[in-house]
Design a protein around this ligand. Structure first.
Ligand code: TRP
Length: 330
């Protein structure tokens, strides 16, 4: 029996190399091994009040980029959260069994209060409840989550248990975290700050063109070069080598390692090679982003098919949920 794995995708930001070699690569693999459901979490983004045109544009971009990178609608169910009204229905019902205090204590909420203190809306407070509804509606065995989402998954488990207990029903199994474990390569950023993120100058996006990639890589932080043979690499240089190991061939990596160890390395050459090898990987994806992005018929077909599949599973859950709660027709 295949396990159901579900993951939500934030609808803000562009896919960068860190995503591509991190979670996304695992999603692509998983879709052939499990019953996978992936969705664009567009309703969640309303907590920051995007302009309506941007709201749709974000869904379009995220969906396009994930399809271009390799999510396969023939194998995974790919849908948009706002296409599934059952999610919002479950969200309402779960809100009734979630306590203000437990939501106020979540780290993500406290962060948001600090970051957008003039827009502390109720959606922000109940963000984890909407996420719990996203998850529980499909009763997945596993949810791949990063560190920053673990607390939300914990709340999801609490709500699943609480629902079952309060309504004396056995509707929701507790979803477990999907652990990529050692398979997850941490991709460093270009500014020496550690992880690749979306901040300016730190990330390389799959949608970047060749010129932008070269410019970003050439600007990566380095130092004045090794001063003694076989010396310890500072973090900034080690980061560049980590990227090289991911995108280049082993002989290229060996060549530059030796050059570093015998102090003949030229960072300009290293970066040029790195930029070229990144382009080799990302440019075909970029071409697909342009093709898929322009093909509204295809995007409509994918999202309609995904919504139909997701709604079937959501409706089956809601039937049990409504019965458990006591919602019934005359
Ligand atoms: N909160 C997640 C994030 O910011 C996105 C998300 C929304 C999600 N609903 C989900 C992830 C359900 C997993 C399952 O990345």
């Amino acid at each position: 029996m295949k396990e159901t794995v579900l993951s939500g995708i934030r609808s803000t930001g562009h896919l960068h190399l860190g995503n591509y070699f991190g979670a996304l690569r695992n999603f692509i693999k998983m879709q052939y091994e499990h019953r996978c459901l992936f969705f664009v979490a567009d309703l969640h983004s309303l907590t920051t009040h995007p302009k309506p045109a941007d709201f749709h544009g974000n869904v379009h971009r995220v969906l396009t980029e994930y399809l271009a990178a390799g999510l396969d609608p023939e194998h995974a169910t790919l849908f948009v959260q706002s296409d599934i009204p059952e999610i919002t229905e479950l969200y309402v019902l779960l809100n009734m069994i979630t306590y203000k205090g437990e939501l106020e204590r979540t780290t993500s909420f406290k962060d948001k209060v600090r970051k957008q203190e003039d827009n502390v809306n109720a959606g922000l407070l109940t963000y984890p409840v909407l996420m719990a509804a996203d998850i529980l509606i499909h009763r997945p065995a596993k949810v791949p989550v990063g560190k920053d989402q673990e607390q939300h998954l914990e709340i999801t488990r609490t709500l699943a248990r609480r629902f079952n207990r309060l309504y004396e029903a056995d509707v929701f199994p507790e979803p477990a975290a999907f652990n990529f474990g050692a398979e997850l390569v941490k991709i460093p950023g270009l500014d020496g700050s550690g992880k690749m993120g979306k901040s300016e100058g730190n990330g390389i996006f799959l949608s970047d063109d060749e010129k932008t990639i070269h410019k970003k890589v050439m600007h990566a932080v380095t130092d004045s070069g090794p001063t003694a043979p076989n010396g310890e690499m500072p973090d900034t240089i080690r980061n560049i080598f980590t990227l090289l190991e991911v995108v280049s061939t082993p002989d290229v990596v060996t060549h530059f390692r030796e050059a570093y160890n015998n102090c003949t390395i030229r960072y300009g050459e290293l970066k040029k090679q790195l930029a070229e090898d990144i382009c080799k990987i990302t440019l075909p994806i970029r071409t697909r982003i342009e093709e898929i992005g322009a093909d509204r018929d295809y995007l409509r077909k994918v999202t309609q098919q995904g919504a139909a599949q997701a709604r079937e599973s959501a409706q089956a859950t809601m039937k049990e949920v409504r019965k458990a709660v006591g919602i019934q027709a005359f």
